[in-house]
Design a protein around this ligand. Structure first.
Ligand SMILES: [Zn+2]
Length: 180
């Protein structure tokens, strides 16, 4: 029996590498199907099919789809790309949320959304303390600012210094409890 060496194990691990929703959507959903879903039936123009562009107020079909290449382009918009890019722009997702647009696209056309690999979850778990700390700091800053604008002006009307300080302590601890 020959023991499996590290290299073989690594290769096999890489063999089941994660395919994200963007790649899956590009493979599963033809751009022509999304264009039809968004804009209704298109008009054939030679190799391309033209649609009324869902990204601008289009009266003359100007979004051109090349079904063979799986790409689209709109001349008035000066925008184009693949099926995920069309979904992202049409549904108003940010550039960095392209994977969300891709997942929506897969669901919209009845495909399964690939699950994240175990390594992804492990990484999220490792990063959780840092994310929590950032969140905590944000909350603290927000709390102090709210206190300053909402509560402090009321307390500052107290002229007696001792009473002022006492009320300040009390209000701050009540406010902290409230904001938790
Ligand atoms: Zn357009």
């Amino acid at each position: 029996m020959i023991a499996e060496d590290a290299e073989t194990r690594t290769r096999r691990y890489r063999g089941v590498s994660y395919r994200g929703p963007i790649d899956a959507a590009k493979e599963a959903v033809p751009v022509i199907d999304l264009a039809e879903r968004l804009a209704g039936p298109g008009v054939r123009r030679g190799r391309e099919i033209a649609f009324r562009c869902p990204l601008h107020d289009d009266h003359d079909p100007s979004l051109r789809v090349d079904p063979d290449k799986g790409v689209w382009f709109c001349d008035p918009c000066l925008r184009g790309g693949d099926v995920v890019e069309l979904a992202r722009l049409a549904w108003g997702y940010d550039q960095r949320d392209a994977h969300t647009a891709a997942a929506m696209l897969l669901m919209e056309f009845g495909h399964e959304v690939p699950q994240r690999p175990p390594a992804w979850f492990r990484k999220q778990e490792r990063q959780k303390p840092r994310r929590d700390a950032v969140e905590q700091t944000r909350n603290n800053v927000l709390r102090r600012r709210l206190f300053k604008y909402l509560i402090l002006p009321l307390i500052n009307t107290i002229e007696d210094e001792e009473e002022h300080n006492r009320e300040l302590d009390r209000a701050w601890s009540e406010f902290q409890r409230l904001m938790r």
